[in-house]
Design a protein around this ligand. Structure first.
Ligand code: CU
Length: 441
C-alpha cells in the first residue's frame, strides 16, 4: 500500500467516524421520539392520545423538551455554527444549538409551548414563529412586538398551538436569516391526517454565496454558489428511506433569496399542505414538481410504488451544482483552452485536499476540445462515495455520488429485505448515540 493510499484510508477512517457519529445521534433522535414504527403506523388506525409519527429531518437533530406542569419546554440557543456543507467546504454560519439549520421542534396541536431562548450571537436578535396564530407579544419582531434580545440575554416565548401544520422559527432580521437562522416547527394534528403516512421527512432549502477559500457567507450577494438541503450539499445529503408500498410525506420549507422548484423522480405526488396547514383533499392533483417560494412550506405525499433510488432535487439548473462560481470560471473564460489533462489535474488537486481517492469523469470524445462550447458538464462530476458513506448509502451503485450536486437528495424505495438490512446497519451504528448527541441545555 502506498503512503498516499494509506494516508487516504487513515483520513477516511477519521472522517467516517465523524459521519457515523452524526448519523448515530440522528438515529438516537428517531428512536427516542418515535412512538410508532412505520409498519405499526400502517396497522394502528388510532394512535394513542398524545402520540404522533414524528417527522425526520435528515442531517438535522430534533430539539428535545422537558415538561413543566403540562407545558412543553424547549431551550433554544442562537449562536455561530461551523457547518460542513460538503466534504471539502465548511462555512461559518449562524444557527441554533450548534446546528444550521436549527434543530427541529415538534409539538402537537393543542400543546402549550415555552421556548427559553438565549442569544449567544454578537448582536441583537429575536425569534419569529412563522405562520403561528399567537399573541402579538410572542410574534418576535424587534421593536414592534418586543425589545430585541441583546447578546447574552434570554427571552421566554410561550404560547398555545391551536393549529396543525408545517411552520418554522427564524430570526426576524434579513441578514441573520441568510446566515442560516431558521428551523422547523412542526405541529402534528390531534387526529392523524388521512390517509396516514408511514414516513414523514422534512427538508429546509438554503442558498449560500461563499467565495473560494472563504468561510463566511456573503449575505448581501444575489448569486449563490452553494445550495443545501438541511445544511448540506449533495452528495453529503443523507438519502431518505422508504419501504416499498409505503406512503411518504415530504415537507419542504424555504426561507432564502430564491424560489425552488423541487422535483421528484419516478412518482407523482399531491400537495397536501402549505405553510398554512393541511389542504383539503378536493384541492389535490397529481404533479411531480412543486415550486416552494420564499417563506413558504409545501407538504407533498405519495405512494412509494417503484423500487429504486429516486432523485429529489431543485430543478433550477444552477442549483444542481456545487461552488458554481469556481467551476464556471473555467467555462466562461477558458472554454477553448480546457483540456482533459488540465481538468483532471484540477479535479485531482481538489480531491487531495479532502482527501478522497477516486477521481474520474464520464467519457468524453477524443476531439472534444475542438467543439465550441466544450466543456459543459464534463469534469463537473466527482465521485466521492467513500467520504459520504453511511448506512443510508449502503448498496447504491458505484460512483452514485458523481451524479449528486447542490440541492439534491434521493428517496430510496426499498423492498422489505433491503429496507430492514439498512435499518439494522443504522441500529448497529447507534449504541453510543446518546452521549454523542450535541449540546442541549
Ligand atoms: Cu433552487
Amino acid at each position: 500500500m502506498s503512503g498516499t493510499r494509506r494516508r487516504f484510508f487513515q483520513d477516511a477512517a477519521v472522517f467516517g467516524a465523524g459521519l457515523f457519529g452524526l448519523s448515530k445521534s440522528l438515529q438516537a433522535q428517531d428512536e427516542k421520539s418515535m412512538p410508532m414504527r412505520p409498519r405499526e403506523a400502517h396497522r394502528a388506525h388510532t394512535p394513542a392520545p398524545g402520540t404522533f409519527l414524528p417527522m425526520v429531518t435528515p442531517d438535522v437533530a430534533d430539539l428535545p423538551h422537558e415538561t413543566d406542569g403540562g407545558v412543553k419546554v424547549f431551550h433554544l440557543v442562537g449562536e455561530p455554527v461551523k457547518r460542513k456543507i460538503s466534504p471539502f467546504k465548511t462555512i461559518d454560519a449562524w444557527g441554533y444549538n450548534g446546528s444550521c439549520p436549527g434543530p427541529t421542534i415538534q409539538v402537537q396541536q393543542g400543546d402549550r409551548v415555552r421556548v427559553v431562548f438565549e442569544n449567544r450571537l454578537p448582536e441583537s436578535t429575536s425569534l419569529h414563529w412563522h405562520g403561528l396564530e399567537i399573541p402579538i407579544e410572542q410574534d418576535g419582531v424587534p421593536y414592534i412586538s418586543q425589545k430585541p434580545v441583546a447578546p447574552g440575554e434570554k427571552y421566554v416565548y410561550e404560547f398555545t398551538v391551536h393549529q396543525e401544520g408545517t411552520f418554522f422559527y427564524h430570526a426576524h432580521s434579513a441578514m441573520q436569516e441568510m446566515m442560516g437562522q431558521i428551523g422547523f416547527f412542526v405541529a402534528h394534528p390531534q387526529k392523524d391526517y388521512r390517509p396516514r403516512v408511514d414516513h414523514d421527512y422534512g427538508l429546509i432549502l438554503q442558498e449560500w454565496a461563499v467565495l473560494p477559500s472563504n468561510t463566511i457567507p456573503n449575505t448581501a450577494a444575489m448569486e449563490f454558489n452553494w445550495l443545501t438541503f438541511n445544511g448540506v450539499s449533495a452528495p453529503m445529503t443523507t438519502p431518505l428511506l422508504a419501504r416499498l408500498g409505503s406512503r411518504v410525506r415530504l415537507r419542504i420549507l424555504n426561507l432564502g433569496m430564491d424560489h425552488h422548484p423541487v422535483h421528484l423522480h419516478g412518482h407523482q405526488f399531491v400537495v397536501t399542505g402549505t405553510e398554512g396547514g393541511r389542504a383539503p383533499e378536493s384541492t389535490w392533483y397529481p404533479m411531480n414538481t412543486v415550486l416552494v417560494g420564499v417563506a413558504q412550506a409545501r407538504a407533498v405525499e405519495f405512494e412509494a410504488k417503484y423500487p429504486g433510488a429516486w432523485m429529489i432535487h431543485c430543478h433550477l439548473p444552477h442549483h444542481m451544482m456545487n461552488s458554481m462560481m469556481d467551476l464556471l470560471r473555467d467555462r466562461q473564460i477558458e472554454t477553448a483552452d480546457q483540456t482533459d489533462v488540465k481538468a483532471m489535474s484540477q479535479m485531482e488537486s481538489l480531491a487531495k485536499s479532502v482527501p478522497f481517492e477516486h477521481v474520474h469523469h464520464a467519457p468524453i470524445a477524443q476531439d472534444a476540445e475542438k467543439v465550441p462550447g466544450f466543456p459543459q458538464d464534463a469534469f463537473m462530476e466527482m465521485g466521492m462515495d467513500e467520504v459520504v458513506e453511511k448506512p443510508e448509502t449502503h448498496g447504491l451503485p458505484k460512483n452514485w455520488s458523481a451524479g449528486m450536486m447542490g440541492m439534491m437528495t434521493m428517496i430510496r424505495v426499498l423492498p422489505d429485505k433491503e429496507y430492514d438490512a439498512i435499518m439494522l446497519k443504522k441500529k448497529a451504528a447507534s449504541p453510543s448515540a446518546l452521549e454523542e448527541h450535541h449540546h442541549e441545555s
